[in-house]
Design a protein. Structure first.
Lengths: 285, 274
């Protein structure tokens, strides 16, 4: 790639200095820190030979872990959709006492380091925790179960939904809703037929971002998950377990599948955004 | 909207915010201060804790400096010139955002681990990268790689290169143009990108956990030390360290919000002026 770029120098007479320096430093930086390690990840599984690959693909524990990660990330992102839409709606359209505080708090899951989130949620929902204890009396156990993973992923994913939908909702003229009301629509009809369809692409893209983050999430989940193989063991944790067993082939196959899944997810989100920007999907300005 | 609907929405929102977003930070403080402030502070003065804090600060400073220098040059390259494979370059720079932290650590073991491509060879020369601070630095660099470029790129693209071309005509060198023409306009965005890199670097857990080897006092950063303390049932010490780390990260993010507001105002003012 470097040679191809250099051989076709842009406007060979470009007077602005610094092109070569910036190009070389950028290629060096991207090459060493991103391209090289990712090449290792893509090449390594084939290097181990077909035997190791087929063995990895017959690993039931791997598929169980991937299923746990995908299912919990999906459920968490799904629950976050109505919760996130409610928060966004109140934030943008309702005179909310303490609006600025709520607005700042929404970004809290982005700001808190994942290890802190992990031990905090595990304690909060644990058998002796502020929320875990009363819930246990009701017969609901969250920590050390699948529900715990979902709770952690919901916490981490919530800002994605709110921050994706918020700018679109701000851009929607309230007159549209007033017009629907004047034309005789009930408030439910206005929400279902007028507002939600306009927010759909942004909601889907927030869902996609939260889901992609959820499949790969590690620090905020492992403390609350219980980590029982086949039941509450997430795929990123199994990568770590395989590494501790010095099973590089096994670790790399899971990592490779995780990488492909999150890249597909984000490519989908990017495509959706481009289509919305080009006006191919109506209802969004 | 009827008063009933409005108040239902307000109450529902505050209930969700209280349970989901306010309880966790309160719990961190309450657990850290369970035996009083002196005990909490004492746990932070433990030699392993001090070593973890020092390592986190060192790794953060190094990652921020390296990723800022190269990130600015990359943003300059992408925004001021047109060249083949520009889109591929942008996509490559964005990749680390979508990679699971654990994978971001694993890739370095594939290169420098004992079974990695070059691990054994480097071991021979007594160079240790996996399970050593160098590996932690590489993992942190990977995880925080895109933030500076990503934050300043939209602004620099919007600026175009008229001012830079004028400076070239007047005989300015590359560094003069970058330092005196391009960066002053992008300074708030740059600061916001640097602060985001800082917050991410000090809090990184998964990637660092894979390459560090968890040697207390040697290769444990603050997040890793929190894990060790928590798993060792030293709850007060774990949450004291967690409170310190959370305060550091949240202060950084708070400053960032402040500077982003200034950046937005600067952009608006620039638009009005042009």
């Amino acid at each position: 790639m470097a040679e191809a770029i250099l051989s076709v120098r842009p406007r060979t007479s470009d007077p602005l200095p610094g092109f070569r320096l910036a190009l070389f430093s950028t290629l060096l930086w991207v090459g060493l820190i991103v391209a090289l390690p990712l090449t290792a990840l893509v090449v390594r599984p084939w290097q181990e030979g077909l035997g190791a690959m087929t063995m990895a693909l017959h690993d039931g524990r791997m598929f169980a872990a991937l299923r746990v990660s995908f299912v919990t990330a999906f459920i968490a992102a799904l629950i976050n959709v109505p919760v996130g839409l409610l928060l966004t709606w109140t934030l943008v359209r309702v005179r909310l006492p303490g609006r600025r505080i709520v607005d700042a708090l929404i970004d809290l899951p982005f700001a808190i380091p994942t290890a802190v989130t992990g031990i905090t949620l595990a304690t909060l929902y644990g058998p002796q925790g502020w929320l875990g204890k009363p819930l246990a009396h009701l017969g609901i156990n969250i920590a050390y179960s699948t529900a715990g993973i979902v709770v952690a992923l919901m916490f981490v994913g919530l800002p994605f939904i709110v921050r994706s939908v918020e700018p679109v909702l701000r851009g929607l003229p309230p007159e549209q809703e007033e017009a629907a009301g004047l034309l005789g629509a009930s408030s439910w009809q206005t929400v279902w037929r007028v507002v939600l369809p306009s927010l759909l692409p942004a909601t889907v893209s927030g869902f996609g971002l939260a889901f992609a983050r959820g499949i790969g999430e590690y620090g905020s989940v492992i403390f609350i998950a219980g980590n029982q193989p086949f039941r509450t063991e997430i795929a990123p944790l199994l990568v770590v377990v395989r590494l501790q067993e010095f099973d590089y082939a096994g670790a790399t196959s899971i990592a490779f599948l995780l990488l492909v899944a999150s890249m597909l997810c984000l490519a989908g989100v990017a495509m959706l955004r481009r289509r919305v920007a080009r006006g191919l999907i109506s209802g969004v300005n | 909207m009827s008063a009933f609907t409005r108040w239902s929405l307000v109450i529902a929102t505050w209930l969700i915010v209280a349970v989901v977003l306010i309880l966790p930070p309160l719990l961190v403080l309450s657990e850290a201060l369970r035996d009083g402030l002196p005990t909490a502070l004492q746990s932070l003065a433990d030699p392993d804790a001090i070593s973890a804090i020092r390592l986190t600060v060192e790794m953060t400073v190094l990652s921020v400096v390296i990723n800022t220098v190269f990130g600015v040059l990359a943003a300059w390259l992408i925004s001021k010139y047109r060249f083949p494979f520009r889109g591929v370059l942008v996509a490559l720079i964005e990749i680390p955002i979508s990679v699971s932290p654990v994978v971001a650590g694993l890739v370095w073991l594939l290169l420098f681990g004992s079974q990695g491509w070059w691990g054994a060879a480097l071991d021979h020369y007594n160079i240790h990268i996996a399970f050593a601070p160098a590996g932690i630095l590489l993992a942190t660099l990977f995880v925080t790689f895109p933030y500076v470029t990503r934050t300043i790129l939209p602004l620099m693209e919007q600026q175009g290169r008229d001012a830079e071309d004028a400076a070239t005509l007047l005989g300015a060198s590359f560094w003069q143009i970058l330092w005196r023409v391009t960066l002053p306009d992008a300074r708030w965005a740059l600061l916001s990108g640097i602060l985001l890199t800082t917050a991410r670097a000090m809090g990184e857990f998964g990637a660092v956990s894979v390459v560090s080897g968890h040697i207390p006092g040697m290769t444990e950063t603050m997040p890793l030390h929190i894990e060790t303390l928590y798993n060792g049932y030293q709850s007060v010490a774990a949450f004291s360290m967690a409170a310190l780390l959370a305060i550091m990260a949240m202060t950084t993010v708070g400053f960032r919000a402040f500077f982003e507001n200034r950046a937005r105002r600067a952009t608006l003012a620039g638009d009005a002026g042009s």
